[in-house]
Structures are given as structure tokens and as C-alpha cells.
Design a protein around this ligand. Structure first.
Ligand code: DP6
Length: 339
């Protein structure tokens, strides 16, 4: 009745922003992400008959379980359980600040909760459970490059498909003011450019996927940057602003790197941290320049990583469904209240 899971955040190269009306947290546009090694959420779920309510701590602080309880209710219903659970989660990176802590968090929670409840579900089913809590979390179930199209999540290329590094330029340790859920719902309701986003995003996604499968990093980088700016432009027009001065200074540095012949591209999510995509061979040079950018506190260098899994420290294997599906060929945000 207890399990520990580890999951990594993912960064969308082509972004999800907005939901299909009338469906349960199904993205309005397809997205493609890279699951990151180098940042991790570790979550322990223990069903405990002595508890009268689910309890949740993130990095040692008690938090109302809310969305975690919704996920646990699905698990309890599938497993025929009524027992409440304690959830203990830790992030080794800033929580709820646009570093995808809800993706790794709900992915880790879905893996740990299903395993603790004795459900041996294939990764796709665990991903669908995580997607209902936070759509981007579905992508963290898998490693490498992962697509989310409607409610279908699938790995599209292994971690080694492109020798990529992601330089996460941390510009604040604080949680953001507007969650991605509120940000995207406000964009859909108020932005005059949301319709343009819905029209543009699938084309960028298809072109990016093709470029990735062709191993064309410069094209992947260009399209990732287009996707990020199209998403943020639609949000801006609804008064939803995630970037800060530090983000824009870091972006100027990325452009300066390009002007100097170094392939570097930017992407940003629902927070002020700029993520710079570079070929592995250029990572050291790009990192040195970005470290000097005003407002960049530190840089986390991430590589493509593996999907969510039961922690080896429990002595068990491993990925969800490993015993029933051979892990489906899979290789590779905390249950926080927002992303
Ligand atoms: C900008 O998955 O956090 O990171 O489904 O409402 O929890 P909910 O939203 P969430 O949104 C992610 C938005 C994004 C882009 C992306 O990851 O595709």
C-alpha cells in the first residue's frame, strides 16, 4: 500500500495552450515535449487506514490535497479502495514557477498511487490518469521526445534522437502569480489572438515533429521558438504576462549567440524562466554567456531523460506496466496546486 515514484519535468517544444471545450482536460492543440533529466520530483504515496483525509506535503510544507485527491479518487475507484493516503513529494527545482513542477508532480503521483493501490496499469493508462490532473503531466510518463495529441500520448523519438541540451535559466525561486490553467483559460476567453493560436499551433507542431524525426536541430529550434512566441503573444493580448525583464534580457543573449554563429533557441512556459535549446557541443559556450545575462540566478543544464517510474529504492521495477506490457518500449510537474 506504499510506493515511491520519480518523474522528471518536460519542456514543450511545440506548446499546448488551451483546452478542448466540453472535454476533461483535453488540450485544444497537439504538443511535443522533451522529458528532462537533471530535475526530478520524488513522490511517496502510502494508503493508510488510520487517515481520515488525504494529506500532502511538498518540499516539507503541508498543502491542501485538492487536485491530488481528485487523482486518488480515480485510483481508489479503480482499485476498490476507500482508504485515504499520505503523499510526500519533493522537487529538486523551483515549484510552481513555470518549471513544469505540476507535470513531474502529477506524473510521479499517478505512478506512485497506482502502484501503491496494486494496479499494474500500462504506461498509457497511467498517462491518461495524469493528463486529467494536468495535461502536460501525461508527457512525463515517457522519456525522450513525447507527443500529446488530444488525449493520446505517445513517445515519438528516443532521448538520443538529437544531441540536445536544455539550459534552464532560473530567474526567480518564487511561485508564479497566475497558474497555467488560469492563464490559458483567460487567453481562450479574452485574447483576440487565441483563434490565430489555434490555427497556427498544429502546423508548427507538425513541422517540428518532422524536423525532429529528420534530426534537424536548427529547424526544431526555430519552430520551438515560434511556438513559444505564438503562445505568449496570444496570452499577452489577454493581459497574461509570464515573461520578465530577465527573460527578455536572456532572449537578447540567445539572439546574440545566434548572431555569433552558435545555434541557440529560446522557449518559455508559464513562468519567467527562459529555456535555451542548444546542441551539446555548444552548451558550455552558451551557458557561460547566459550566466552573465542580467537577472539569471543560475542555470540548470538538462539532457533528454527517461519517463516516470517506480523508484528503484523500493526494490521494484520500474516503469508503469513493466510487468504486463514490457514497458511499451518506453524510454524515456509535483502534485502542486498549479503549474
Ligand atoms: C505552457 O499542463 O500545466 O507549459 O492541464 O491546466 O494543468 P493544466 O495545464 P498545464 O499547461 C502547460 C502549459 C505549457 C505548455 C506545455 O507544457 O505544453
Amino acid at each position: 500500500m506504499k510506493a515511491v515514484a520519480i518523474a522528471h519535468p518536460n519542456i514543450a517544444l511545440s506548446k499546448y495552450w488551451g483546452k478542448k471545450p466540453g472535454e476533461w482536460n483535453v488540450p485544444a492543440v497537439p504538443s511535443l515535449s522533451i522529458t528532462l533529466a537533471g530535475l526530478a520530483t520524488t513522490t511517496t504515496v502510502a494508503f493508510d487506514a488510520a487517515l481520515t483525509t488525504d494529506t500532502l506535503t511538498i518540499n516539507g510544507a503541508a498543502i491542501a490535497a485538492l487536485r491530488a485527491t481528485e487523482l486518488l479518487d480515480h485510483v481508489r475507484s479503480a482499485a476498490g479502495l476507500t482508504t485515504r493516503a499520505s503523499i510526500v513529494s519533493t522537487n529538486d527545482f523551483p515549484t510552481a514557477s513555470g518549471l513544469a513542477s505540476s507535470a513531474s508532480g502529477f506524473a510521479a503521483l499517478a505512478v506512485a498511487a497506482t502502484r501503491a493501490a496494486g494496479l499494474d496499469w500500462p504506461a498509457e493508462r497511467v498517462a491518461d490518469l495524469a493528463r486529467r490532473s494536468s495535461a502536460s503531466a501525461a508527457r512525463s510518463l515517457f522519456g525522450g521526445f513525447v507527443e500529446l495529441d488530444g488525449d493520446i500520448v505517445r513517445p515519438v523519438a528516443p532521448a538520443g534522437a538529437i544531441d540536445l541540451r536544455v539550459l534552464v535559466c532560473v530567474t526567480t525561486e518564487a511561485a508564479k502569480a497566475v497558474s497555467s490553467r488560469i492563464g490559458m483559460n483567460t487567453t481562450a476567453a479574452k485574447s483576440p489572438y487565441y483563434a490565430g493560436w489555434l490555427e497556427t499551433a498544429p502546423r508548427i507542431h507538425a513541422e517540428l515533429k518532422a524536423a525532429l524525426l529528420a534530426g534537424d536541430l536548427p529547424r526544431v529550434g526555430e519552430l520551438a521558438e515560434q511556438s513559444a512566441f505564438a503562445m505568449h503573444a496570444s496570452a499577452f493580448a489577454a493581459g497574461i504576462v509570464y515573461v520578465s525583464g530577465a527573460t527578455l534580457d536572456a532572449y537578447a543573449t540567445v539572439r546574440a549567440l545566434r548572431a555569433d554563429g552558435i545555434g541557440a533557441w529560446a522557449t518559455m512556459d508559464a513562468g519567467p524562466h527562459l529555456k535555451c535549446l542548444v546542441h551539446a557541443k555548444d552548451a558550455a559556450a552558451a551557458k557561460a554567456r547566459l550566466e552573465a545575462s542580467p537577472g539569471v540566478l543560475r542555470i540548470i543544464e538538462a539532457t533528454p531523460g527517461e519517463g516516470a517510474r517506480v523508484s528503484a529504492s523500493t526494490g521494484e521495477d520500474a516503469r508503469p506496466g513493466a510487468s504486463s506490457t514490457g514497458a511499451s518500449g518506453v524510454q524515456g510537474r509535483s502534485p502542486c496546486v498549479d503549474r
